[in-house]
Design a protein around this ligand. Structure first.
Ligand code: ADP
Length: 363
């Protein structure tokens, strides 16, 4: 199949619908052969950006380049990008085979070429036996594979996927994201995948861009975004985070004095980052917070704060506690094992935050 890998670059892209600016000065470079996710909440501009790459939307400012060539103004059918839509958009009255052949027939390819390419595409997605079925005789996952086969059969330079898994149930979604990843590896196609599901983005993509309100917040591999988020939004969207607003009042030697809103003064060791004095947000992940009964000997590598359990969720592998500290809440995850007793709401507890895992973020 096609191993023609291309890069994509958006430079200072802005797009408005009337007075509403939906994409604001977006800059991204996607490398040849990369599996890249656009991640963000609903309405953040992900689909608008994807449709812009496909040629269905036009930006007002900036440049869009495929392999260094500006494609602004090139109509969709001349861009040679393949797009898979959320609802698959299969023709219900056509067989699977004819659905997949459609783009090749439109291009007036020779019959034997069509036969060979459609056969190969169906084999690629494991549907060789299903050519004569109609879409409504297939499961959701199979329909999804037909949509993929129909897109890759035209040998696009780039694959664009708009929430391709969101119509599937949870188990199938997990299976399909693995299949998608394998398919992408086999084809080596530069692929851009839109999703609002951080887990989906983290498990499939080589790198991802996080969008909020049309502004690109951060680009990187999943572990980079998780470990080093640049702001509160990314910290809260990629994984979950405790975010405490407050003020660094003193940085002296190896310790930081942080006056947390609604909690009060905390003395933090400088074992991670060194903050500047002033307003900041202290960020840390729930799994880096230990929860213990009051009393006992706290270990010095952690910052210990007393609180009271407000509520808890038992999730099997872990228990998630929401603990009131002063006027705020801190979330602590505790790995669960059979026999470990759970804290009840109202329990007086001590939280131990792992000092090396603290991050200071702009407000
Ligand atoms: P996402 O894919 O992240 O959910 P979209 O790109 O679909 O977000 O939409 C981004 C914003 O643009 C939303 O506020 C949406 O209402 C607006 N929008 C999308 N398409 C149009 C359109 N054709 N006309 C006007 N506004 C639109």
């Amino acid at each position: 199949m096609n191993l023609n890998q291309v890069s994509l670059e958006a430079r200072h892209i802005s797009l408005s619908y009337g007075a509403t600016e939906v994409l604001k000065d977006v800059n991204i470079r996607i490398e040849p052969g990369e599996f890249f996710a656009l991640l963000g909440p609903s309405g953040s501009g992900k689909s608008t950006l994807l449709r812009l790459i496909a040629g269905f939307n036009q930006h007002q400012r900036g440049e869009l380049l495929i392999d260094g060539k500006d494609i602004t103004g090139t109509p969709p059918h001349l861009r040679n990008v393949g797009m898979v839509f959320q609802n698959y958009a299969l023709w219900p009255h056509m067989t699977v085979w004819d659905n997949v052949a459609f783009g090749l027939v439109e291009r007036r390819e020779a019959k034997d070429v069509i036969r060979r390419k459609v056969g190969a595409a169906l084999e690629l997605v494991g549907l060789s036996q299903y050519g004569q079925r109609r879409p409504n005789q297939l499961s959701g996952g199979q329909q999804q594979r037909v949509a993929l086969a129909r897109t890759v059969v035209i040998e696009p330079k780039m694959l664009l996927l708009d929430e391709p898994l969101s119509n599937l149930d949870k188990n199938l979604r997990v299976q399909m994201r693995e299949e998608l990843k394998n398919l992408q590896r086999t084809l080596g196609l530069t692929t851009i995948f839109v999703t609002h599901d951080q887990e989906e983005a983290m498990t499939t993509a080589d790198r991802m861009a996080v969008l909020d309100l049309g502004v690109l917040q951060q680009v990187g591999a999943a572990s980079e975004l998780f470990d080093r988020p640049v702001n509160r939004f990314v910290a809260g969207f990629v994984g979950t985070a405790n975010l405490l607003g407050g003020r660094v009042t003193q940085v002296r030697g190896e310790s930081v004095t942080f006056d947390a809103d609604g909690i009060g003064e905390l003395l933090l060791p400088c074992s991670g980052e060194r903050p500047e004095p002033g307003r900041t947000t202290l960020a840390f992940r729930p799994h880096t917070v230990l929860i213990r009964a009051r009393g006992g000997q706290p270990d010095a590598a952690r910052i210990w704060i007393d609180g009271r359990v407000e509520s808890s969720e038992f999730l099997g592998e872990l228990s998630r506690y929401r603990v009131r500290v002063g006027e705020k809440f801190i979330v602590a995850n505790q790995a669960h094992y059979a026999g470990l007793s759970l804290f009840q709401p109202g329990a007086e507890v001590r939280l131990g935050i792992e000092a090396t895992q603290l991050r200071y973020l702009p407000n």
